[in-house]
Design a protein around this ligand. Structure first.
Ligand code: SF4
Length: 677
């Protein structure tokens, strides 16, 4: 029997609706969903091939324990008993847990609850640390909230789109479609990107092709032009912000010529961009890793939010500064508190709100940890016991050579995943889990859009749900009464009780509401919230706090030994560390291995032909990739996608961290290149 079942695409956080065609319990095809408000019948290549990875031959199907150096199959009881016995020996600070933006909210909630309640530590993080920690550090002091303040559906009605460090076409293809519609309706598009990305080439009216790592200089230049030419929104500044005098003074002391020299964008181009943005009625800013992944990522976010504030682009549909979390539940895993400084609902450790006391009361325990846990990279370096769920630091974390050494030295490394990832290969215990349409749960997509995934097929072999595994270990460690969940619905009901923005969202409402509900949703009659900051910001005084920020150069700049700059990014055909997309035959057929973009002049200097194997070397190591000679990268810059473990970009990127938020400087380091011998 053949059935068409509705679900949501498992790849990016746009959250497009699709139908799966299921015959006798097996998915045999799929179609985009025409009436889903996010995609309206469209899907990108990943979405059109969403289910194939489920049937890859190397899917994990049984638990495994390392014996005599080899991972061998075992029973669930054996694996769970071993984990519980070993974790009983761990001191709180010795343990760390990494979750994923692919976990459901229910999984993420149980993960952080286990870490805090059973293990007694805030050492819980997820991959959001590596892509949007600068958002929290930058937007917290500026507007008081680090989430997308709008509905992605409203983007098509703005009259200026400013895209900073985001290759929208290849990263969020259906949001790109909406941006195209806005452009057709007359919106102007400004792009900041050191490359002529597909987005810069095809969508921009003004492309600020900055030198890599100089966004802050370009944004400061735009603000200086706007204030000196009187283009700012004076009423908005007066009524909705604080700090304009300090900002004016700060920018007045800057030399525009010097800023132009640093960022490498001609003054006329900067002026054109500044005027378009300042004169727009409703301007919208989207940004992503290109802005974030620098030692000054948090500064970049602060500067960009300040630019939006002085132009009054906040508080109306489609306006404001929007971080774009990439994974299907990149938002929700953070909402649920898989962050070392936030309990669920972004209740910050160490603030007067004292979330550790509130949650101790909710959960019926005496004490919970009240000091910040370790951030992602430090957790890998400093803990003795690690539990890694659905994320692959052996490809995703910076400086993977040292990550490998750190992970190999653990007393206990547990990896819970769907495939034998590069990280799972190092584990002492590997636990196979269900994914996507093999289980039920909710995700919060890029614009806080909460949608529900239903179980449509059975998982293969002896595979279990993430939350079930954790509750079983908790029970073995003496906490059965605190983790006595028998369904994801029961977990969600606890979430609704303790995370106020989710209070009005129910499984029943999600079943009935096509396109989901945007949190905050304070009660069951509330329609959800499309637009934030309509009257005030989330800061203590309700004002937007204008920030003053200075340009700081990247940690590594080219020199005679490493004369080029390396930057990294994505292709539309693959997704993050490639665990799913590289097991999808149709996507793999489009791009089957690593490549590096090289400018024609640099290629000629180094005797590199299109298709040559090139060795890229930094102070951390070397990788090889096939050259694509293209003027899409300027002279002096090379671009390496980060999806390919055989040429792992993060073996060679710079692990130095932004001191404000622990974000690694993935986007710029010094490199040399030569034809591989
Ligand atoms: S845009 Fe994102 S959610 Fe939509 S089909 Fe593509 S990958 Fe899936």
């Amino acid at each position: 029997m053949v059935a068409y079942e509705k679900t949501i695409c498992p790849y990016c956080s746009c959250g497009c609706g699709i139908y799966l065609v299921i015959e006798d319990g097996k998915i045999i095809g799929q179609e985009p969903q025409n009436n889903h408000p996010v995609n309206e019948g469209g899907n990108c290549p990943k979405g059109r091939n969403a289910y194939q990875f489920l049937y890859a031959e190397d899917r994990l199907k049984t638990p495994m324990i390392r014996k005599d150096g080899r991972l061998v199959a075992c029973s669930w009881d054996e694996a769970l008993d071993l984990i519980a016995e070993k974790l009983k020996k761990a001191e709180p600070d010795e343990f760390g847990m990494l979750a994923s933006g692919k976990n459901t909210n229910e999984d993420a909630y149980v993960i952080q609850k286990f870490t805090r309640l059973v293990m007694g530590t805030n050492n819980v993080e997820y991959c959001g640390r590596l892509c949007h920690s600068s958002t929290a550090a930058g937007l917290g002091p500026t507007v008081g909230s680090g989430v997308m303040p709008i509905s992605q559906l409203d983007l098509e009605n703005v009259d200026c789109l400013f895209l900073v460090g985001i290759n929208l076409k290849e990263t969020f293809p259906l949001m790109y479609k909406r941006a195209l519609r806005a452009k057709k309706r007359g919106a102007k598009v400004i792009v900041i990107d050191p490359r002529k990305s597909a987005t810069a080439r095809e969508l921009s009216d003004v492309h600020l092709q900055v030198n890599c790592g100089t966004d802050v200089a370009a944004i400061n230049a735009m603000m200086k032009i706007i204030l000196e030419e009187g283009l700012e929104n004076k009423e908005f500044i007066e009524t909705r912000t604080s700090g304009i005098d300090a900002l004016r003074e700060h920018l007045a002391a800057m030399d525009l010529k010097e800023l132009v020299k640093i960022c490498g964008v001609p003054l006329n181009t900067l002026k054109k961009a500044a005027k378009i943005f300042a004169n727009a009625k409703n301007g919208s800013v989207l940004y992503n890793q290109g802005l974030n992944q620098h030692i000054t990522g948090a500064d970049g976010v602060k500067a960009l939010a300040t630019l939006a504030l002085i132009c009054g682009h906040y508080g109306r549909p489609g306006t404001g500064l929007s971080p774009t979390r990439g994974q299907i539940n990149g938002e929700g895993t953070g909402d649920m508190g898989c962050l070392n400084v936030f309990y669920p609902g972004f209740q910050k450790v160490g603030t007067p709100a004292e979330p550790h006391k509130k949650f101790a009361e909710y959960w019926g325990v005496e004490n919970l940890p009240d000091k910040p846990g370790l951030p992602y990279t430090k957790m890998i370096q400093q803990t003795k016991y690690m539990w890694i769920i659905g994320t692959n630091p052996m490809v995703a974390a910076p400086d993977t050579t040292n990550v490998k050494k750190d992970l190999q030295s653990k007393e206990l490394l547990i990896v819970q995943d769907i495939f034998p990832t590069e990280t799972a290969e190092l584990a002492d215990v590997v636990l196979p889990v269900s994914t996507w349409v093999e289980r039920e749960g909710i995700h919060a997509y890029v614009d806080r859009r909460v949608q529900k995934i239903n179980k449509l097929i059975d998982a293969p072999g002896d595979v279990k749900n993430d939350w079930w595994i954790i509750t079983q270990v908790a029970e073995r460690m003496g906490f059965k009464d605190k983790f006595d969940f028998s369904s994801s619905r029961e977990i969600f009901e606890e979430i609704r009780r303790v995370v106020p923005p989710y209070k009005g969202i129910t499984y029943e409402r999600l079943e009935e509401t096509l396109g989901g509900i945007q949190w905050p949703c304070p009660n069951e009659d509330h329609p959800g919230t499309h637009t934030f900051f309509t009257e005030k910001f989330n800061t203590p005084d309700g004002l937007g706090h204008l920030q003053v920020v200075n340009f700081i150069p990247p940690s590594e700049v080219p020199d005679k030994d490493y004369p080029y700059i390396l930057t990294t990014g994505r292709t539309i055909f693959h997704y993050h560390t490639g665990t799913m997309s590289r097991r999808t035959p149709k996507l793999d057929a489009e791009v089957s291995g690593a490549y590096v973009q090289v400018n024609p002049k640099d290629a000629s200097l180094q005797d590199i032909q299109n298709g040559s194997m090139v060795t890229l070397s930094t102070r951390r190591g070397s990788v090889q990739a096939k050259a694509r000679v293209t003027a899409d990268v300027p002279e002096g810059l090379v671009f390496l996608p980060f999806h390919f473990s055989e040429a792992s970009a993060n073996k060679i990127t710079n692990p130095v961290l932004d001191p404000a938020c622990g974000m690694p400087e993935y986007k710029v380091c010094a490199v040399k290149m030569e034809v591989s011998k």
